[in-house]
Design a protein around this ligand. Structure first.
Ligand SMILES: Cc1cc2nc3c(=O)[nH]c(=O)nc-3n(C[C@H](O)[C@H](O)[C@H](O)COP(=O)(O)OP(=O)(O)OC[C@H]3O[C@@H](n4cnc5c(N)ncnc54)[C@H](O)[C@@H]3O)c2cc1C
Length: 381
């Protein structure tokens, strides 16, 4: 097989954008995904204003604008109080099923010249043992056969459960919190507005996003040890959580899941480095804090852009593979450190009922502060 310049593992938003950028710059790029595309992905489906800005710097967002549901802000509720936040200066978020968004981005990568194989599992990094450098990947094809593909660089964009990051000892599920998510699409939800919604409760939270075609995306996030019912029936668990909620119950009384929901967890992933020589991490593979702030897609898109830029320097010979890891790590810290701190604070807050009550009391006294929080979470700065 002809070796290529870059192998990208995972064709989600991070992988597709990295592949697109490198292919546009003239690199020979090979992209693999373990499932057949287009595919669904459990997500709140909301591109916040910051993510929209990053996307617009790479692709025409006309199709997204046409198809997606525009959202002008967020509704944040606790058990007793609520705050309505609006994004500034005419900024909008967009809600679009990931099945559509990810396929649109993949099409852009292919149009740029990347080669794509779906239904192929990237099983392990291929290591040049003599130099301790990653030099490609080992893949498993649908017939169960293993092949090694060589490349000058690998970008691991294979998501939260990244096999490549784990094989290199770079990432692991966080010891705590260990929360799970169940999400699905409903029709018949009453009083959907043009805002995303985050409903924070004592031991769980629920995100609701109005979607195109009159549907709503609802995601429940909770720890599996919360005694809430039968985890083997996630649809019933999700529906019951929505219908028994004091604020959401009436709105979901006649709502119906239009397809079986998806479930995933544990969610939080800690990564200790941006890669190893020959392999760079992008997207959730490089760490994931919590979906509550709704900014994972912006992290994935920016992280992919940073990884692709550094990979471009390696291919051009201006950076060596070890230097590339250090440079990517530095650039990620500059781009993400402040928002990561904010997200960790929010994650800690929602895991403590007493802190939620304090925040609620504060929301009644200084609602403007929480409106700013909503704008910051939406990467409007
Ligand atoms: C419940 C929930 C709600 C969320 N809501 C939002 C939201 O509203 N807004 C937002 O911005 N973010 C949200 N996020 C976060 C967002 O979904 C992720 O940050 C985003 O999907 C990261 O993109 P990615 O490309 O890194 O990974 P992914 O989208 O996970 O893509 C990874 C790809 O890699 C493939 N893959 C995995 N393993 C292999 C393998 N071994 N070989 C080959 N391919 C492989 C997968 O099939 C997949 O296609 C949410 C997350 C969760 C869990």
């Amino acid at each position: 097989l002809v070796p290529c310049d870059v192998i990208v593992a995972g064709a989600g938003p991070a992988g597709a954008v990295a592949a697109m950028m490198l292919a546009r710059a003239g690199a020979r790029v090979r992209l693999f995904d373990r499932v057949r595309f287009p595919r669904a992905k459990l997500c709140g489906d909301t591109l916040n204003p910051g993510a929209m800005r990053v996307l617009a710097s790479h692709v025409s967002t006309a199709v997204i604008d046409e198809r997606a549901r525009p959202l002008e802000g967020m509704l944040l509720t606790g058990p007793y109080a609520e705050v309505m936040g609006t994004y500034p200066r005419g900024l909008w978020a967009r809600a679009l099923p990931r099945r559509e968004l990810d396929n649109l981005l993949l099409e852009q990568a292919l149009a740029a010249g990347a080669e794509f194989d779906d239904n192929v599992v990237v099983a392990a990094p291929g290591v040049d043992a003599s130099r301790g450098v990653v030099r490609g990947v080992v893949v498993k094809t649908p017939d169960g056969r293993r092949h090694e593909h060589r490349a000058r660089l690998v970008i691991a964009a294979d998501g939260r459960e990244s096999r490549l990051a784990r094989a290199a000892g770079l990432a692991q599920f966080a010891a705590s919190p260990r929360r799970w998510a169940i999400g699905g699409y409903f029709d018949g939800v009453a009083d959907l507005s043009n805002r995303g919604e985050m409903h924070v409760r004592d031991d769980h939270y629920i995100g609701v996003a109005p979607m195109p075609d009159g549907l709503a995306n609802a995601c429940l996030v909770l720890a599996p040890d919360v005694r809430r019912g039968d985890w083997s029936n996630p649809g019933a668990l999700l529906t019951r959580a929505l219908r028994s909620d004091a604020r959401l119950g009436e709105r979901f009384a006649r709502a119906r899941l239009v397809a079986p929901p998806h479930m995933l967890g544990p969610m939080a992933v800690d990564a200790r480095s941006a890669g190893v020589p020959g392999m760079l991490l992008a997207g959730d593979a490089a760490g994931f804090i919590d979906p509550m702030t709704g900014d994972g897609l912006r992290f994935a898109l920016v992280g992919a852009s940073l990884a692709a830029a550094v990979a471009g320097d390696v291919l051009a010979g201006t950076l060596d593979p070890a230097g590339a890891v250090a440079v990517l790590g530095r650039r990620r810290r500059v781009a993400f450190a402040a928002k990561y701190r904010f997200n960790r604070t929010i994650r800690a807050l929602v895991s403590r009922p007493s802190a939620i009550l304090t925040a609620e009391a504060a929301a009644r006294v200084v609602p403007w502060f929480f409106r700013r929080v909503i704008q910051y979470a939406g990467d409007c700065e």
